[in-house]
Design a protein around this ligand. Sequence first.
Ligand SMILES: *Cc1c(COP(=O)(O)O)cnc(C)c1O
Length: 445
Amino acid sequence: MTSANSHHGDIVALDRRHVWHPYTQEQVAPEPIPIVSGQGALLYDSAGRSYLDLISSWWVTTHGHAHPVVAAAIARQAQQLEQVIFAGMTHEPAVQLATRLTSRLPAGLTRVFYSDDGSTAVEVALKMACQYWINRGEPRNRFLAFEGGYHGDTVGAMSAGRSSGFFDAFQSMMFQVDTLPFPETWIDDETVEQKEQQSMAALNRYLTEQGKNCAAVIVEPLVQGAAGMRMCRPEFLRCLAATLKAHNVLLIFDEVMTGFGRTGALFACHKAGVTPDIICLSKGLTSGFLPLSVTICQESIYAAFLASGFDHALAHGHSFTANPIGCAAALASLELFDRDNCMARLVMIERLHRERLADLARHDKAHRWRVMGTIAALDIRTDTTGYHSEVGPRLKRFFLERGLLIRPLGNVIYLLPPYCITESELHRGWNGIEEALNRITANAN
Ligand SMILES: *Cc1c(COP(=O)(O)O)cnc(C)c1O
């Protein structure tokens, strides 16, 4: 036994004794793998094994692990100013980041509110929408979300995502949120228009009854992530936005996952051709280096919070609001989109996804093949669908044994790679999926 291996064992033993992992049934979960380093699309464990990260480590790693440009920006900022209170003070990294983000977003999205993660970005958006109507003297107490939508794990975000099925234990803590059917679609789907019409009809009925009470609609634009990479068409989002505008209801885009290139455009709102009233960004913001998020709104929303008294102000803030090191990482990450052919690499990833899907689409073990930019997904045909499907954990083990980090969402297999991934690495991922379809599912069900 090498010393690296015994160190590996020590870390796992201590982890088992003291650590509690997220979204994990600790009694039956396999031992966690101690990762010691990362480089590009690869992760290395303490026994020297490598794993190709095909899910960008829970959808956050955009330009690759340990990217030297982001790492250097963090080191520089840490030595200059690591943190400062963000009420009554400001700093250049936060101001620069707000300026550059708003210049990259559709015109009209002008005001940046900082927080720490996707869930808090959503909480801020919901609170902004709620108080916007109060400050205008027309309080509204209802929100509308899409079935299956996921918006984070804090109580407001859980409420918006209560139909995701993750939060049954917390029903009594949540507030009421109404839902609409999400018109999910896939390649060669012949029923998409019908599904979109049904969603729009449900929306119109709802607005007729509740429009005056509805503060905002929240949606994951183009791709519902945690629901299983469920995709909708840009046309639907344009229809949704136009209808909400006509009824004077705010539209919140939760781009926590879809932001920063995931859908092939820098933001899904570009690809959809829609300017929401409020947008939430987090996962890819710092290229996966540090937790940071932003909630960006239109100037008219910000203006509703201006008054001589504090009661109109937004009473929300976090200890680490606009942490300068996080902002420096985000600035470096944003610059990388303009370098090293980044946008062309997004095109390469989508093209390769489509090629491999076209090749595999004949496979009778899977269906609902779909691609949106750098995200590709398919559903395994099993008796048990959804997040708790039996097939998910078995497939995850199968992939890990081959050095591939692919983490199915129930019976949904998806790839969501960092943008630095090479063509041959991405082919390795697809080869793994092809092998899984041929072998594992031969005795599934
Ligand atoms: C992950 C996610 C969140 C929550 O973000 P956290 O950083 O995990 O709190 C919110 N919305 C969407 C669409 C997400 O994918």
